[in-house]
Design a protein around this ligand. Structure first.
Ligand code: SAM
Length: 241
């Protein structure tokens, strides 16, 4: 059973849910994406409900990989095992999250306690400061991530995050950068249109982009996922899918 289905986890979901943030489905989406793409190092900008979903997924894949590296069973057909992946040196599982507690309705103040109570504290590094300080706060060898989730919006933030954080995605496997609330608002659309232009004109090679929209909401209703193609996914392993 997934940790997200336990009563204890649901208790923290209730506590961390903030009506202004709109991440009720983004949390489970990030959880599923992490199980799917297996990042080891995740960066989050803007902590809260999504923090515990990310931690839960990192915990579950770390347990699974422990078994897989010990040649025990996994949750998929062993014939599909990609030896290239298992031969790689992988970083320790970790979520680094930044929040300055400036939002009046932030639930970020509770995430450390929630992580502790859920037994997930060992996976969490929390910085109570502006994400713009990242280069001062993290050591050089910590400034590399497989997935970056940005939940501090506004045009200035989107472009600061693109300039400051996108270069921190590693190249070995695919890297993902996810922006919240990019559709149906002027700031998000201006950012997205420039991003699309940069991709189409070749300024941002190896990037793919896809957005998802929650049609039942008029705010906090979307996310955009940037995929930076890495080494493994560019290889051809089989003739048939
Ligand atoms: C939209 S909320 C994050 C919601 C959270 N991901 C969730 O699922 O509940 C944005 C958060 O970013 C914090 N924040 C705003 N500007 C920031 C900055 N420059 N650096 C770090 N945190 C910031 C706010 O205090 C707020 O908690």
């Amino acid at each position: 059973m997934s940790i997200t289905q336990t009563a204890e986890f649901q208790k923290h979901v209730e506590k961390l849910s903030s009506s202004s943030m709109g991440t009720e489905h983004t949390g489970p989406l990030l959880y599923a994406l992490i199980k799917f793409t297996r990042p080891h190092r995740v960066l989050e900008v803007g902590s809260g409900l999504t923090t515990i979903y990310i931690l839960a997924a990192l915990h579950e894949i770390s347990q699974l990989e422990k078994a897989e590296f010990a040649n025990k069973r996994s949750n998929y057909n062993p014939d599909f095992r990609n030896q290239d992946y298992y031969r790689m040196q992988h970083s320790k599982f970790c979520l680094h999250t930044f929040d300055n507690f400036k939002h009046p309705k932030t639930s970020a103040i509770h995430i450390q306690e929630a992580a502790k109570e859920l037994g997930l504290k060992h996976l969490l590094k929390f910085s109570n400061t502006e994400y713009q300080n990242i280069h001062k706060v993290l050591n050089k060898d910590e400034q590399s991530f497989d997935m970056i989730w940005c939940d501090v919006g506004g045009l200035i933030n989107y472009s600061t995050q693109q300039n400051l954080l996108l270069p921190l995605l590693q190249n070995r496997t695919d890297g993902y950068m996810i922006f919240h609330s990019t559709l149906s608002n002027i700031h998000g659309l201006a950012f997205l249109n420039q991003l699309k232009l940069d991709i189409l004109s070749g300024k941002l090679p190896d990037l793919e982009l896809m957005s998802f929209f929650e049609p039942h909401k008029h705010r906090q209703n979307s996310c955009t996922i940037l995929r930076k193609k890495g080494g493994l996914s560019s290889r051809i392993y089989s003739e048939q899918p």
